[in-house]
Design a binder for this molecule. Sequence first.
Ligand code: G3H
Length: 294
Amino acid sequence: MKEMDLSMMKDFDRNFSLDAVKKDIQDIIKRQTEVCNTPDYYKLALSCIDLTTLNATDTQDKGVRFTQKVNEFPSAYPELQNVAAICVYPKLVKTVRETLNVEGVNLAAVSGCFPSSMTFIDVKCKETELTVDAGANEIDIVIPIGDMLSGDYQSVFNEIKKHKSACGDAHLKVILESGVLHDPELIWKASLLSMHAGADFIKTSTGKMDPAATLEAAYVMCHAISYFYKETGKKVGFKPAGGITETHEAVDFLCVVKDILGNDWLSSTLFRFGASRLANNLLTSIVGEETKFF
Ligand SMILES: O=C[C@H](O)COP(=O)(O)O
């Protein structure tokens, strides 16, 4: 595989002041809340959810029941747009594919030894190939976090690039595990590496490590996406995931995305929430009474 000369990657080193980032986020939320904290944006948020179940205890029956809810959604809420995708472990993909019978809902699967990413790249790619063959059209993988933390950026880039080929036509979402990378400088680097290596989306977190999605990580990643778009003309999507549960939390992320990336990113084509508990809370906010549909 052709290696990218990372020393040629423009703006790979960028400094951030965490205090300035936090202040900027506060200003953004002040600016955008009036527009984003509204039923139209709750509906938008719902339509951008990757409805997720990622438990070691998940069964095929759970996969069926989970998918049936999504199938029933258009009849139950004809005025609302359905979630963007169902997101499961590879073992449930075939069942979900066979059960899913509504148009426009994607089937995402975590792959590549999720959530640790701690196995051989050939094993990770094989898992992805099998998962796509089983019916997933979106693949969520985790970067090799240890390589990133130890500064072996070339290995991170090479792995993602190889994984992109293993995806075939499926979209690739690359999880940075931003809470563990911690430093904005490292989150920036991981974002650029992922996008240059072929990521269709960059995603904050697995939801299996703390801290999960933060507004600070979202801020840095959205700026990286904006920068990459200006440099290359390619629009990469953004997926905050992990720990986003309440409507007001989703609204804050929408504020950041809208302010930094603009309205082009405010649809499920370029924006997703990875969430297992958010959908019912958004529905509750939309219909105005306690709702436990999903
Ligand atoms: O990718 C999605 C995350 O695993 C979901 O995390 P959550 O269960 O905290 O919503």
